[in-house]
Design a protein around this ligand. Structure first.
Ligand code: AMP
Length: 231
C-alpha cells in the first residue's frame, strides 16, 4: 500500500521525555489500526534479550545520551518493513536528530511513501521532570504508570500482564535533566525542520490523557479503521 492510498498514515510524535508520547502513540495506533514504533522500546527489548544491539544501546541509554544515528536508522528501516506497517505507522521517539529526519525521508522515499503529519506534544520542562520522577514502567509489557495510578500490589495490571514494575534507570533524577537537555539541543530543532515543511501540528500536552488524545484525533482528522473500511 502506498502513500496515495487514503487511509495510509505516516505520523511522527515529537515531544520531550515524559511528554506522553508513548501513551498517546499507543492510543492513536490502536484507533487507526497502524503500527506503533517506539525506538526506546525496541532498544529496551534488545537490552532484555542481550543482543549485540542491546549491549551497545545500553551504554548510551544509561547516560541519557542518544544511540548513534546509523544504528538507530538501521533498526527503524528494518522495523518499517514489517507487515504490520502496511496501513502506516506512528513513530514515537524517532527521529531525534536532523540526520535521522533526513534519513527517514530517504527510507520512506525508497518505500514510495511519505509522512502525513508531525505532532509536537508541548509540555513545560518542570512538568516533564515531575512526571519522569514519578513514573513506573512494566518490565514485561513496557506499560507506563504515573505513581498515583499504581495498582494496589506491585505488578502490572494493564490488560493481562502481571509484570514487575520498576523505575527506568534513565528516569532517575541524575539522568532526567540531561535527557531534557539532550532533547533541547538535538531534537527540538526538528520542530523548525518540520514547521518549514508545513507538517508540524502543535498539541498542548499538559491536559489529561483523554483530552490530549482528543486533540490529536481532531488534528489528524482520524477516522477509525473500522469506519474507513465501511466507506
Ligand atoms: P525513550 O523511551 O523514547 O525515552 O528512549 C529512551 C532512550 O533510548 C533515549 O534516551 C536514547 O538513549 C535511546 N533512544 C530512543 N530513541 C532514540 C533515537 N531515535 N535516537 C537515538 N537514541 C534513541
Amino acid at each position: 500500500m502506498d502513500a496515495s492510498t487514503n487511509c495510509w498514515r505516516g505520523i511522527i510524535l515529537l515531544g520531550g521525555p515524559g511528554s506522553g508520547k508513548g501513551t498517546q502513540a499507543a492510543l492513536l495506533a490502536q484507533r487507526l489500526g497502524i503500527a506503533h514504533i517506539s525506538t526506546g522500546d525496541l532498544f529496551r527489548q534488545n537490552i532484555r534479550m542481550e543482543t549485540p544491539l542491546g549491549k551497545l544501546a545500553r551504554t548510551y541509554m544509561e547516560k541519557g545520551e542518544l544511540v548513534p544515528d546509523e544504528v538507530t536508522v538501521g533498526m527503524v528501516r528494518e522495523r518499517l518493513k514489517q507487515p504490520d506497517c502496511a496501513n502506516g505507522f506512528i513513530l514515537d521517539g524517532f527521529p531525534r536528530t536532523i540526520a535521522q529526519a533526513d534519513a527517514l525521508n530517504q527510507v520512506l522515499a525508497d518505500m514510495r511513501q511519505a509522512l502525513t503529519a508531525v505532532l509536537n506534544l508541548q509540555v513545560a520542562p518542570e512538568v516533564l521532570i515531575d512526571r519522569l520522577s514519578r513514573r513506573w514502567t512494566c518490565k514485561s509489557c513496557g506499560a507506563v504508570f504515573p505513581e498515583f495510578s499504581l495498582p494496589p500490589r506491585p505488578g502490572c495490571k494493564k490488560d493481562v500482564c502481571d509484570g514487575e514494575l520498576y523505575q527506568r534507570p534513565d528516569d532517575r533524577p541524575e539522568t532526567q535533566r540531561h535527557r531534557i537537555e539532550v532533547y533541547r539541543e538535538q531534537t527540538a530543532p526538528l520542530e523548525a525542520y518540520y514547521a518549514e515543511r508545513g507538517m508540524l501540528i502543535e498539541i498542548d500536552g499538559e491536559n489529561s490523557v483523554e483530552r490530549v488524545h482528543q486533540l490529536i484525533v481532531d488534528a489528524v482528522g482520524c477516522e477509525d479503521g473500522a469506519a474507513q473500511g465501511e466507506r
